[in-house]
Design a protein. Structure first.
Length: 749
């Protein structure tokens, strides 16, 4: 049982015994104590003093439900039902709630003195003295009446009026939409976003909630739509579903969907056998309104279509630039080898030469192939020969950029920082019409992690005449978390010069991890015997595997490693040996609860956390990791990739525990120690590029825990999950040809 749950149980057992109360479905009373409140889902346990209770000795009622941030001493009208909990007795389960404005003079003064910063009891009393005992109703009817008080700042007057209006709006909206699965917490989230216009906005288009509110997906917005009477087969509902599917295609890695995919997904999402004509009509309407684009059997959301088209056009510009030979290239490579104190492999010399003589090149290779050596050589020759005024190094993630800087000695940034994201404008300062400074050498490491939208933004800031671009990455890794397979598609287009580096035993330093990872690309199963920096542990099932993971964590901690020095990677979130279960178990070992330790939501000081969604305002991005360093009332600070970031309560859903993580989320990161279970239990995820990506996250040591089947199946399965993208074809100038040429597919949909 969690600490929060234990504390909740203790509090509940101390409640006074309940007397008999009315079985009515309405409860009106004052909140005397907030026993428990979960800031993530709004679940609350409250102690209520019913209206009419004559003294502190009268009954107190326990109310439970998903509620907004309620305040002690406020009076509410709750609607719901009475239930008898076998352990805690009779409770009122809240379905909807309405904050009741005080009707007494003292109540109005207290209310006004608590809702706006800088307005205390003295100023509140002066307002009530002037407006009368019904001051709150007066303000609600005529907000301008507050303008007569010169001691109120305009913003204070505005906030007072808005607070009172929003309470009324929330009450009306609750009555309109609150049904099973739609809680007051959602109502107050809507009102906080849209204010007094909430009711009209929800009536006009409830599906806007999925676009505008974090944590509200189509299903929740659809429940609101059903509550206000939108029919199951309404064209409006089907259209909203299709729009959502095209927007969400990127979360599955796709830039577009095929018509038959849209139909199948729509049936699943809408939970009825939707007619093909309805879906077809919805697609056509989105196309006519400019929200979707269709090319053959490819249906795009507008944003992803424009990103793919613009990226392809700019890559094609670079591909069309002439080759510029460097006369003394051989001598420069010899000098670079001498400067580095090593002899380059033939492919490395080729890679450096191609990068310096072409406007855009790609260098790909696995661990131990010398990619970093090549990057350093390209930069050193550019600097030595004054080929460029600027040397710009970047990577999609902060951790990868930091590694790049340490390995090359040149400053490296995330792509977002290189392009200077501006939270005020919601875009990058560098882009079309305002390119990065030049002439410059631009080297992008971990390029396999770039999705089509980020790559579009990067190339928008690059010009063939001013920038010489080198994309470096491992094409055998998993593709980007976001839409598209940019690096793979650029290679597949055959329009750009590509150099593939091969495994180099000397430069790999005898690493078995590097050797076995490169062998894996050729279909060779990693051995079941430990050797060097590679350790294999055989287990029988997922329970044994989970226990072995925990043993390895204890051993790492005993050897003096911190939680940022090792990473547990698993293919799936579910199961006894999945990320969710392992996270809690590892946390109990590495950062157990102690009396007095600060907590906020599910997090406590010292927790290892991961960012799960890009937030440009906070400058944190999906996959970044860090440690919680400080917790104070209402906020939490975490060191994310070396920068302190403050997360307010409403930002906590950007984070999750990261003692264990999925292999997909680990891309771009590198850890001294990786502990990885790989089992039959993970069958649906067992692919070669998944195992390869996990192995190549280990810098110094890899502990592979398997039942044998998991490793063999992953090595055998070289099927790369198809991502729907036409980037390669567009780079080739074949925009009108879709990769899916199924002539049997109906063109009408």
């Amino acid at each position: 049982m969690s600490i929060e749950a234990t504390q909740l149980e203790l509090n509940l057992t101390n409640l006074p015994e309940l007397k008999e109360v009315s079985e009515d479905n309405v409860l009106v009373g004052t909140i005397e104590r907030v026993i428990f409140h979960n800031s993530e889902n709004g679940y609350s346990v409250l102690e209520i003093k019913p209206r009419g209770a004559k003294s502190d000795l009268d009954e107190r009622i326990t109310a439970v439900g998903n509620l907004p941030n309620v305040r002690v001493d406020d009076e509410y009208k709750f609607e719901g039902e009475w239930k008898s909990h076998r352990k805690y007795g009779k409770q009122f389960v809240v379905e909807t709630c309405e904050l009741l404005l005080p009707v007494t003079r003292q109540g109005a003064i207290r209310y006004l003195s608590t809702i706006v910063y800088g307005v205390g009891p003295a100023k509140a009393r002066r307002i009530v003295d002037t407006l009368g005992d019904n001051a709150l109703d007066e303000i609600k009817e005529n907000p301008d009446c507050l303008n007569q008080f010169d001691f109120l700042k305009p913003q204070q007057a505005k906030e007072i009026a808005a607070n009172i209006t929003q309470n009324e709006t929330a009450a009306e909206l609750s009555g309109l939409i609150c049904r099973e699965g739609i809680t007051p917490a959602l109502v107050h989230k809507i009102v906080a976003k849209f204010g007094s216009e909430s009711i009209q906005i929800v009536k006009d288009n409830p599906y806007i909630l999925a676009d505008e509110l974090w944590g509200v997906g189509f299903k929740k917005a659809d429940a609101v739509a059903q509550a206000i009477g939108i029919e199951q087969d309404s064209p409006f509902r089907v259209g909203a579903a299709v729009k959502y599917l095209l927007t969400e295609a990127g979360t599955e890695g796709h830039c577009y969907l095929r018509p038959r995919d849209i139909l199948a997904k729509a049936k699943d999402l809408l939970d009825f056998d939707v007619d093909v004509e309805l879906v077809s009509g919805a697609v056509e309407e989105l196309i006519e309104s400019g929200l979707a684009v269709r090319e053959g059997n490819a249906v795009y959301g507008e944003d992803l279509y424009l990103a793919e088209v613009r990226l392809a056009a700019r890559v094609r510009e670079f591909a069309g630039q002439p080759f510029f030979p460097i006369r003394n290239l051989g001598a420069l490579l010899d000098w670079s080898e001498e400067d580095a104190g090593m002899e380059y492999a033939a492919e490395q010399r080729d890679a450096v030469g191609e990068a310096l003589c072409n406007q855009l090149t790609v260098i790909t290779g696995g661990p131990g192939t010398g990619k970093t050596t090549v990057i350093r050589s390209i930069c050193e020759i550019s600097k030595q020969e004054k080929l460029h005024r600027h040397i710009l190094l970047a990577s999609p993630t902060g951790r990868a950029a930091q590694r790049m800087e340490e390995a090359t000695g040149y400053e490296a940034k995330t792509i977002h920082r290189l392009l200077r994201y501006n939270p005020n404008s919601g875009g990058f300062e560098y882009g079309y019409g305002n390119p990065l400074p030049g002439p410059a050498l631009v080297v992008i490491d971990e390029a396999s992690m770039m999705d089509v939208q980020l790559a579009k933004d990067l190339f928008a800031a690059l010009n063939p005449g001013d920038h010489q671009v080198v994309l470096v990455g491992d094409v055998d890794q998993l593709p980007s978390v976001g839409p598209g397979s940019v690096l793979r598609d650029i290679i597949r287009s055959h329009e750009i010069t590509i150099t593939r580096l091969r495994y180099n035993y000397r430069q790999a330093g005898g690493s078995k991890i590097a050797q076995y990872a490169n062998d894996l690309t050729e279909g060779k199963t990693p051995p079941t015997l430990s050797s060097g920096d590679y350790e294999y542990i055989s287990v029988g099932d997922d329970v044994m595997a989970a226990n072995e993971v925990l043993s390895q964590v204890r051993l790492a901690l005993k050897r003096g490693m911190g939680v940022m020095d090792f990473q547990v990677l698993a293919p799936m979130r579910r199961g006894k040996c999945g990320v969710t279960a392992l996270n809690q178990a590892i946390r109990d070992i590495a950062n157990p609860w102690r009396k007095g330790i600060p907590q906020l939501g599910q997090f406590r000081a010292g927790d290892k956390v991961m960012v799960t969604k890009n937030n440009y305002d906070l400058e944190v991005f999906n996959g970044q990791m860090g440690l919680v360093t400080e917790i104070k009332k209402g906020s939490m600070t975490a060191n994310i990739d070396g920068s302190g970031v403050e997360f307010a309560v409403e930002d906590l859903d950007l984070l999750q525990l990261a003692y264990a993580a999925t292999i997909h989320k680990s891309q771009g990161s590198e850890f001294p120690l990786v502990i990885m279970p790989l089992l039959r239990h993970h069958y649906i995820m067992l692919q070669r590029n998944l195992l390869y990506t996990a192995m190549t996250r280990a810098k110094d040591r890899l502990v592979l825990i398997s039942d044998g089947f998991g490793v063999k199946q992953a090595a055998r399965n070289n099927k790369i999950e198809e991502r729907y993208s036409l980037l390669a074809e567009r780079i080739q100038g074949q925009e009108n040809h879709t990769r899916d040429s199924d002539s049997n597919e109906k063109a009408e949909i």
